[in-house]
Design a protein around this ligand. Structure first.
Ligand SMILES: [Cu+2]
Length: 737
């Protein structure tokens, strides 16, 4: 009996094992088939003019730059010291719009290719970074270089490089100062820094650098290093701050100026040590590390949560056509090219809808985060992320989480320091059901005296094409979506997640909530600037403001005047009036129109730009003493200017290195030029004011940390364009009451 029961168990186990094996194999086969499914391809009508340089072009270019005839005195990056000159980023310069359009829409030849090359000039008492323009490419006898000045309205592409000696300073200057304090930091902070691999503490610099009386000032903060392998150091501020003068290249000119603890300044380590040894010295809370810093699953299990949630499937393959080599896509009347740059990541170009160009360029310009706080680090911390290279932080996406399993994944690559960096699967493209209809209606009528209900219901699926990337810029993760809708709308959406940059809790009550033992969720504003070069039926357009105003009107049919509301139309005449905020109560519409064209009812066709989710933010701080004029785009919600090839970006990577004299001062774009029936560019901000709370631990969640802008057809077609889709139903019904 016992033997037969054992046999039964054995067969039962075998059966279960086989079932698991079958499930595993069939899932693997299914996934493999999914990936192997042929893409629906096409050949782009023209070459992509905005992608990265080709490998051959770059290797020839770099060899050419090293030739002594070019006079650049360059050292290979990997062998370079901080006293050498070396190559940074090399990338394609976008063509001028007129040249590009002549090629894309006319008989013009492919625009000549030029590269932008960033050169770090360390071999100088005053190190600097400058950019040169090299071309034509590929390298030939005609190739020359010249300073790449014309897109920098400072008039010069050179920027002081105060960070040339950063590594030397850290190891030979900062760390000796802090290791001398190790006994105190061990007691006050629970960590030590000796400049060794097993240090339990670290130093955070505040960016950008500051100036006082002509001297370059660097503030540093002690931080804990996470002991659990999670990237949580931005949650581990320790409230001890150091001030250094780092002016010049000669270490003899550098000085340790002061130390700040609990809102008290000490002019030297000795003064601080003396105070520390004095009875009554107030010791603040230490950071407490733990699971709260980790993103692993924690807390009580949720009921039924272990069952697989619903997922989307794509039964018959993609419904978009793709040219992978040219990163060109066609979908439901739209077509566009995807560009890439190391500083800014992906951008979209030559967006056509129903055979007409509607946007020449749509792309990120800058990601700014400005903090505030009682301490010098939180107060001064202001990020302009293009300096770090937003595109270089666009890593591999997670299939099934970041994007549906069935997405098409594309690669990016960029060239920096003489190397090519590949980022596999860092762009995903997919269609998704929005989860609600784009159109629906139910109609019922009671028929006759019998009370029969007769009617119909109509509904149209809301299928959206998404182009998605994620930039994980150190602590924060920004998800960038370009969403295309069946009614011709294009949505630009940003979601934030990842670790907040917290502050030490003490004395920061007015700048954020206290969200852990020693942590303040320091208040900051994200301003994320985009460029939309919108062209409505040609380049010549006008920016219309349609105000919705209260009024009192007399009517022939009424004895008394009536309080009511009506439309008031006006145009933005010139760039002096080109800085705008979103109106209170949304009582104004902003529409880019072509006033040389009328539809059959006499209205001008246009594209409306309108916030679609979240609340667009601009900087609350007036005239930031830290970012100065380096981020003028952050002062309003949106801007309109006349297109110029020399005003191609609202910011620049180099702005962050020299906010006192930024390479691009966006404010200079507004010089009174007419905007009436001109080629217009709209610069709009997404973002938010972020007062982090306990729900931002361990990571900010995207439910509230998001915002989007919709660019939508406005009297552009005679009818809603989503009527073209076959993915709709009309159901007639007849019921008795
Ligand atoms: Cu934030």
């Amino acid at each position: 009996m016992a033997t037969s029961r054992s046999l039964l168990y054995f067969f039962l186990l075998l059966l279960i094992a086989l079932a698991f094996l079958y499930a595993f194999i069939s899932t693997s086969v299914r996934l493999a088939e999914e990936y192997k499914r042929p893409r629906r391809t096409l050949r782009a009508p023209k070459e992509n003019l905005w992608d990265t340089l080709l490998d051959d072009e770059v290797s020839q270019l770099i060899n050419w730059l090293y030739e002594p005839e070019q006079g650049l005195n360059l050292t290979y990056h990997d062998n370079a010291t901080h006293w050498d000159n070396f190559i940074g980023v090399t990338e394609l310069i976008p063509p001028n719009k007129t040249d590009a359009l002549a090629y894309l829409e006319g008989n013009g030849s492919v625009p000549t290719r030029y590269a932008r090359v960033v050169l770090f000039q360390g071999a100088s008492e005053d190190p600097y970074v400058h950019e040169i323009k090299v071309g034509p490419l590929p390298i030939s006898k005609k190739t020359t270089w010249e300073p790449y000045n014309y897109i920098y309205n400072k008039g010069d592409s050179a920027t002081p490089w105060y960070g040339a000696d950063d590594k030397k300073r850290l190891h030979e200057f900062f760390k000796p100062v802090v290791s001398e304090l190790a006994d105190i930091t061990y007691d006050l902070l629970g960590t030590v820094i000796y400049g060794q691999d097993n240090d339990t503490g670290g130093l955070r610099t505040v960016d950008p650098l500051q100036k006082e009386n002509g001297r370059i000032i660097q503030w540093l903060e002690f931080i804990g290093l996470p002991q659990n392998g999670y990237n949580a150091e931005t949650l581990l501020s320790q409230g001890l701050y150091l001030k250094f003068d780092i002016t010049g290249r000669d270490p003899k000119g550098w000085a340790f100026k002061a130390l700040l603890y609990n809102d008290i300044m000490y002019n030297s380590s000795a003064e601080f040590r003396k105070a520390y040894n004095t009875p009554g010295f107030v010791k603040l809370n230490k950071i407490v590390q733990g699971d709260w810093m980790t993103t692993k699953r924690q807390g009580e299990r949720l009921p039924l949560d272990e069952l697989p949630p619903p997922i989307a499937v794509q039964a018959e393959g993609p419904r978009y056509l793709l040219d992978v080599k040219n990163k060109y896509i066609e979908w439901m009347g739209f077509s566009f090219y995807i560009g890439f740059s190391k500083d800014l990541g992906t951008s979209l170009h030559q967006i056509m809808y129903q055979g007409k160009r509607i946007i020449y360029e749509l792309g990120l310009q800058e990601v700014m985060t400005h903090y505030a706080g009682n301490d010098p680090v939180s107060s001064g911390l202001t990020y302009l992320d293009s300096y770090y290279g937003i595109g270089s932080y666009m890593y591999r996406l997670i299939a099934g989480y970041d994007c549906p399993e069935y997405s098409t994944f594309l690669d990016n690559w960029f060239h920096e320091n003489g190397h090519t960096m590949y980022q596999r699967n860092s762009v995903c493209i997919f269609e998704q059901d929005a989860g609600y209809t784009i159109q629906r209606h139910t109609s019922t009528k009671v028929m006759g005296f019998g009370g029969h209900h007769q009617g119909y219901a109509s509904a149209t699926r809301n299928t959206v094409l998404v182009v998605r990337t994620v930039a994980s810029i150190d602590n924060y993760d920004y998800t960038f979506d370009y969403n295309f809708y069946l009614d011709g709308s294009i949505e630009v959406k940003v979601r934030a997640s990842g670790y907040i940059q917290g502050a030490f809790y003490a004395n920061n009550e007015d700048y954020g909530y206290r969200i852990h033992e020693a942590l303040s969720g320091s208040f900051h504003t994200h301003v994320i600037n985009f460029k939309a070069d919108i062209d409505v039926m040609g380049e010549k357009n006008t920016f219309e403001r349609i105000s919705l105003v209260p009024t009192t009107e007399k009517y022939p049919w009424s004895e008394k005047p009536k309080n009511t509301m009506k439309l008031k139309r006006s145009s933005i005449g010139n760039e002096d009036n080109g800085k705008l905020n979103w109106p209170e109560n949304a009582a104004e519409m902003y529409v880019i129109m072509n006033k040389d064209v009328k539809n059959k009812y006499g209205e001008y066709p246009g594209y409306r730009i309108v916030p679609a989710s979240g609340s667009p933010a601009h900087l609350i701080i007036q005239d930031s003493p830290y970012i100065l004029e380096a981020a003028e785009f952050s002062k309003h919600h949106l801007f309109v200017t006349k297109h110029k090839d020399s005003e191609s970006r609202s910011s620049s990577a180099a702005n962050y290195m020299n906010p006192w004299d930024p390479s691009v001062n966006f404010n200079k774009f507004f010089d009174g030029e007419s905007l009436l029936q001109e080629d217009l560019v709209v610069w709009f901000n997404l973002g938010m004011h972020h007062v982090a709370h306990t729900g931002d631990l361990p990571n900010t969640v995207s439910t509230t940390a998001q915002g989007s802008m919709m660019i939508s057809l406005h009297n552009y077609l005679d009818l809603d364009a989503s009527r073209q889709t076959s993915q709709m139903v009309e159901i007639n019904f007849f019921t008795e009451l």
